[in-house]
Each structure stands twice: as C-alpha cells, then as structure tokens.
Design a protein. Structure first.
Length: 398
C-alpha cells in the first residue's frame, strides 16, 4: 500500500515532522512493505521557520526578545536568499506563541506581541529585503499593538500624552496613533503574512469570541477584549482609511493580522497559498492509495482552513480516502465527514492529564496508528476472501 502522511503538529507537544514519523512507525509495525511518504505540513504556526528555511537551504538566527508575558525569551527567525532577494522568515509562535505563556499566566488581556516587532527590526538589521511572517499558535490577543510599538508606532491618550500599551486589555486607553517615528525601513519592505483567511478581528465570530477562551479569557474578558479590538479597528480606519474590522485574516494570531496591515503595510495571504509555494503535496496524494493527516484537535473549526481539511480537500479532488488522527475530538467533529475526512479518531487511550497527553503523544500516536492499520488489514483480508469466494462460485457483486 502506498500511504502519504501529511500531518500538522500537535501544539506544545510534537512538531509536524515528529507526528509524521510517529505515524510512519505505527504503520511499519503492521506491514514493513507499506510505502510511506511523510510530508510535514505547517500552517504558519510552530515549525514554520524550520520548514521553510530547510526547504530553501537558508539558516536560522538566534534572538532574545520580549516574550508574550513581558519577560525575555530566547527565540529565532530564518534567512534565505532566492532570486537575489534576501528573505527573513518569522514565526509568530516562536516569539509570542501559546507555549511561551505558562498556564497560570494565560490572560489575553495582558499578553503582548512586542517581540514580533523586535524580530522584524532585527531581520531588517540583518539586511532582509522581504519578510515572510507565519501567524498561528499564538498566545496573544493584543491586535498587534505590542508589535507596532516595537517598530516605532506611538500611541497617545485623550490628553495627547504618549502611552505604552501592555496587552489587549489596554487598547481602550489609546485615543490616537502617531506613525511619525515608525522605522522607515518597515514601510519600504515587502511584508507577506500567512494567515487563517477565515479569522476576522471583530464581531461575534471575531477572534476574541472564537479564540479568547482557549487563551485563558473569562466571559467578561472576552467582552472586554472584543470591545477593545473594535476600538482598534476604528483607530486603524482613522489612521489609514482601511476598514479591517471583518477583513479576511484580520483576526489571525489575536488580531496581529490587522496590526501588521494597519501599522506596517503588510499584505495578508491565505496561509496555504503561501505554503504551497514551498511544500507540494498534490502529486504525492494523487499517487497514494491512502492519505493520513493529523492535528492536535479535530472539531467544528477544523473545516475552517485547518491542515486536515486542506489535505482532505486535495485528497478528494483525486478520489483518495482520508484518515485523521487527533489528540482530542471536540464539539461537532462529525462535520468533518462532510468535508472530506472519511474517519477520525483520538490517540488518547484512557482518561489522563494534559501534561501526560503531551508527554506520551508520540507513543500513543504510534499505537493508535498501528491499531488503525490492523483494523484496515482485517478489512483488506475480508475483501480479498469475499472476492475469491465470489470468483470461485461464479458470482459477481456489483
């Protein structure tokens, strides 16, 4: 059997590459002769820099920046040169991702994207002529105001005094935006951003309501954050004349998408449009007998531009069956049956803690894959036996 494995990473646990190789090990336990091709897939979140730089034979530069909770962290960005253009690759998750926010500090009213702005400046200092930013797996919801301050944007209160805004909870303190001190290199550099195209900044389907709770926001926090992001959209409109309140991708990474457009002149792109320029999966899927994908959670949001749904969409265009493995199965996950995923299952074998799930994810993923392929082998054996029996009896099943 020819199997192509196109997984996402398991957030805060396994990279896409680690997920893929765990699945491959599980398959090989059942049948060493299965031909397994692993294509780790990134969506702009964790692993984005590593994957792009590896494909483009670039290199990684280590940094020390302000993390999402305001403390210095070690981070990185990538550099590669193509067609004579030096391009920096920045991974939001490596700077202000959820994994950098301790459980007891998960408050999206306070976390900041300041380090993202610092990394943009450092990339420019290294001679970057183009910047590619991956938005995903964020631990922030500040609408990019932290990033903006790091690149030179100044915010003022109602009295006209410069203020420093710490987190999405303080956006309502901003009365006006001053772009005069913005590093001029920012606006003269092409900045392309890979985002979830369906994430928007404002409204009931805005980033505060959809993702705020998983970042630690209480119901009251969600409403506060939503109001503040509405205010941010108004500020950007007054400053640039551009209405980003419900623009595609504006809500990416807690509104960083909107902040990058409004304060740096960046251009947002559906993340798979960007990623497909570097990672080709269509040919591999077309030549496969079975497609496997994986993500940390399969639920009602999976069809909204998540990796399993994108893989399934391509697989169905080639009439290929798709199995998805997940850490957890969430609300209304059955919607994925209508979006190209033929079967899905959780890798967790018993009630457990989040910490143990993350620690044992690779082992459980291997076991789950092995179990699935043993079931599949039974089905294949039965199908062959029935076919043999029908052939011998002269019957043909239509």
């Amino acid at each position: 059997m020819r199997v192509v494995v196109v997984p996402s990473g398991f957030k805060e646990s396994l990279s896409a590459e680690e997920v893929g190789h765990a699945i491959k090990k599980g398959i090989k336990r059942v049948n060493e002769n299965h031909k397994v091709t692993v294509i780790p897939m990134v969506d702009g979140g964790e692993g984005f820099v590593e994957t792009i730089v590896k494909l483009k034979e670039g290199h990684v530069i280590s940094t020390n920046v302000v993390g999402p909770v305001g403390e210095a962290i070690d981070s990185f960005f990538g550099i590669f040169t193509e067609n004579g253009v030096k391009t920096a690759v920045i991974e939001m998750a490596a700077i202000a991702g959820l994994r950098h926010v301790p459980q007891d500090k998960r408050n999206p009213l306070e976390t900041t994207t300041y380090g993202v702005g610092q990394t943009i400046i450092e990339a420019l200092d290294h001679g970057a002529e183009r910047i590619l930013i991956g938005c995903g797996d964020s631990g922030t919801s500040d609408g990019g105001v932290g990033m903006a301050q790091a690149v030179g944007v100044q915010f003022k209160n109602a009295e006209g005094k410069k203020i420093f805004v710490e987190g999405g909870g303080e956006i309502d303190k901003i009365d006006s935006v001053d772009m005069s001190a913005l590093d001029p290199r920012v606006l003269s550099t092409d900045i392309d951003v890979a985002v979830n195209w369906k994430n928007v900044l404002c409204g009931k389907k805005g980033v505060a309501h959809v993702f705020g709770p998983q970042k630690g926001a209480s119901p009251e926090d969600v409403e506060k954050l939503s109001d503040n992001l509405n205010h941010l959209a108004d500020l950007i409109f007054k400053t640039t004349g551009e209405d980003l309140s419900r623009a595609n991708g504006s809500g990416a990474s807690g509104g960083l998408g909107a902040g990058l457009v409004g304060f740096t002149g960046a251009v947002l792109h559906p993340r798979f449009d960007i990623i497909r320029k570097y990672i080709e999966i269509s040919d591999a899927i077309q030549n496969a007998d079975l497609v496997i994908t994986a993500e940390g959670c399969i639920d009602f949001q999976t069809p909204n531009d998540k990796i399993p749904s994108e893989v399934a969409r391509i697989a169905k265009s080639h009439d290929k069956p798709v199995i998805a493995f997940a850490g957890t199965i969430g609300k209304k996950a059955e919607i994925n049956y209508k979006n190209g995923i033929d079967a899905f299952t959780s890798i967790i074998p018993k009630p457990t803690t989040l910490e143990k799930s993350m620690t044992d994810a690779s082992k459980w993923l291997q076991r789950c894959t092995e179990s699935a392929f043993r079931h599949l082998a039974i089905g294949i054996t039965l199908a062959e036996a029935i076919k043999k029996k029908e052939t011998k009896s002269g019957k043909v099943r239509v």
